[in-house]
Design a protein around this ligand. Structure first.
Ligand SMILES: [Zn+2]
Length: 193
């Protein structure tokens, strides 16, 4: 656990509220109703009850030949389409007023966890950019080098996203994360009152 926290601290997370993150990264929200037979079924199918779909890509910028046949260019990492799927409403038959209050808090906690995935992706992108230019012996070697840099960056992105889920247990221990990831745990207490 300590290693995971250390890894997340190494990649500096940009500040801002969830709304600010959504605005600056053009996050699309796919909100749907989650209707279940009872409170206990809310997490039956999905441990998160939400999903962040993040397109983490790289491209080569400023590619050109150098004198003597060498080839150069810079790998640039980008976040393109980001969609956060979260329940817009969570219902089951005969909900009490306290059920509704708890569900509303849960919904906000799920959104915060999913926006955390976006924050991690943004932090990895910012840590990777700008890459120093690659200089290779020819265009073929350049492409191979650029692909290797791109793949390594993508692997770091997937690793840090996994570490975020491991650290927070998919949101159930969101309080264990450092700020600004820290937030309410995505736990729903089912009671009979
Ligand atoms: Zn997650």
């Amino acid at each position: 656990m300590i290693a995971i926290v250390a890894a997340l601290f190494m990649t500096a997370l940009a500040a801002g509220s969830d709304d600010e993150v959504m605005a600056r990264l053009h996050v699309q929200v796919d909100a749907r109703d989650l209707t279940v037979p009872s409170c206990r079924n809310v997490f039956a199918r999905d441990p998160e009850a939400g999903l962040a779909t993040i397109s983490f890509r790289y491209r080569v910028a400023d590619a050109h030949a150098l004198a003597g046949g060498q080839y150069t260019g810079t790998v640039v990492f980008e976040l393109s389409t980001i969609t956060v799927s979260v329940p817009d409403s969570i219902r089951w038959p005969q909900m009490s007023q306290s059920d509704r209050i708890r569900v509303d808090a849960l919904r906000r906690a799920i959104v915060h966890h999913e926006i955390g995935h976006v924050r991690v992706a943004e932090a990895v992108r910012n840590a990777l950019n700008p890459q120093p230019p690659i200089v290779a012996s020819d265009i073929f070697a350049f492409r191979a080098d650029a692909d290797a840099v791109g793949r390594a960056g993508f692997e770091r992105f997937t690793r840090e996203e996994r570490e975020y889920d491991a650290l927070t247990d998919h949101g159930r221990r969101q309080n264990a994360a450092p700020p600004p990831l820290r937030g309410p745990d995505t736990i729903l207490r089912c009671s009979t009152d």
